[in-house]
Design a protein around this ligand. Structure first.
Ligand code: ADP
Length: 327
């Protein structure tokens, strides 16, 4: 293995996701195994600008693989959008001899890394960490599986009370731009309808089928809505349905931030460990400006720009499955 770097900086940026700690652990332990120094950077890009950087050892990451959140904290950093902020960041890294960065974050963090690496000669390797799974080019992102499982557990509980009372429940899950959490948790809980940002919803069809159920006195229905669906989330969907079903008992539950927390699932720990290991290998091989993704269970290195430019899509087949299985 050739060594193109000697000091790696690792940070978590943007929205946090369960499994980020497992990725940090893998980056640190792999770096040390190969004789590299590794520095933890607090609060994403903000920590580079503020020089909140510390040397990490093997024991710095002991007992964190099972913990949600991120020991390095995360933040949204306004200064990094500006050329001056990035210049400051570069100087602070240079001063410490940090010659490679591992960025664990979402597409926004990758956009920042693209800008930074176009301007300065510090290679950046991304690790896709986002519960939304909205990074094109990877079958997995760290945190998605945990978030889906958290949503499933919550929806199962709500379904019990929904059934007991013959109610319509509209449950909002996270996903401002991406409907993957809604789609996966909705299918896994047997939702009758799933509303996602990527696809138009035929609300008339939903109203019609609910009216039909009401007529048959069987008005139990589970609707899972991504927060960024075309109507603007569960509360807005409720308003529309109420207009057409004034007598129906409709309840809304917004799952919110519980989806970001909790101990990562086995899948998230595993992919985080693999991605962390490969990110360090990438830097050592002299790769730059790529992120580590998994496609068909194999590691791939995808240009950071591609993750940023291409939005994922959800095929018609998924929606057909929802419809058939709920009928
Ligand atoms: P996520 O990584 O979860 O998508 P954000 O979109 O908030 O989260 O991005 C995280 C951080 O990445 C931002 O606060 C900012 O510091 C940096 N960033 C995002 N987009 C850009 C950009 N176009 N130029 C420079 N920095 C950016």
């Amino acid at each position: 293995m050739t060594k193109k770097v000697s000091r790696i900086g690792v940070l978590t940026s943007g929205g946090d996701a369960p499994g980020m700690n497992a990725a940090i652990r893998a980056v640190v332990r792999t770096s040390l195994y190969y004789g590299l120094e590794v520095y933890g950077i607090m609060r994403g890009y903000q920590g580079i600008i503020d020089e909140d950087i510390f040397k990490m050892e093997g024991r710095s990451v002991a007992n964190i693989i099972q913990r949600g959140g991120t020991i390095l904290k995360t933040a949204r950093c306004k200064e990094f959008y500006e050329a001056e902020g990035r210049r400051k960041a570069y100087e602070n890294l240079k001063k410490r001899g940090i010659d490679g960065l591992v960025i664990i974050g979402g597409d926004g963090s990758f956009r920042g890394a693209v800008k930074f690496s176009q301007e300065y000669d510090i290679p950046c390797i991304g690790i896709a960490g986002t519960i939304d799974k909205d990074i094109h080019g990877s079958d997995y992102t760290i945190g998605f599986d945990t978030a889906v499982n958290t949503a499933i557990q919550a929806i199962d509980k709500i379904r019990d009370t929904m059934d007991a009372h013959d109610r319509i429940f509209i449950i909002e899950v996270m996903g401002r731009d991406a409907g993957y959490i809604a789609l996966h948790s909705g299918i896994a809980t047997g939702a009758e309808n799933i509303l996602i940002p990527e696809r138009k919803t035929n609300i008339k069809d939903i109203i019609h089928s609910l009216q039909e159920k009401e007529r048959r006195k069987k008005l139990v229905n589970l609707i899972v809505v991504a927060e960024g669906d075309e109507f603007g989330g569960a509360v807005e969907v409720e308003k529309i349905l109420k207009e057409h079903l004034p007598k129906a008992e409709i309840r809304v539950a917004i799952l919110g931030h519980i989806q970001r927390g909790g101990s990562p699932t086995g899948i998230d720990r595993l992919i985080a460990s693999r991605m962390g290991y490969h990110a360090v290998e990438c830097l050592m091989e002299g790769k730059h400006n790529v992120f580590v993704g998994i496609l068909n269970n194999r590691m791939h290195y995808i240009p950071l720009e591609k993750a940023v430019k291409n939005k994922g899509s959800i095929s018609e087949e998924w929606m057909k499955i929802v419809k058939i299985l709920a009928s």
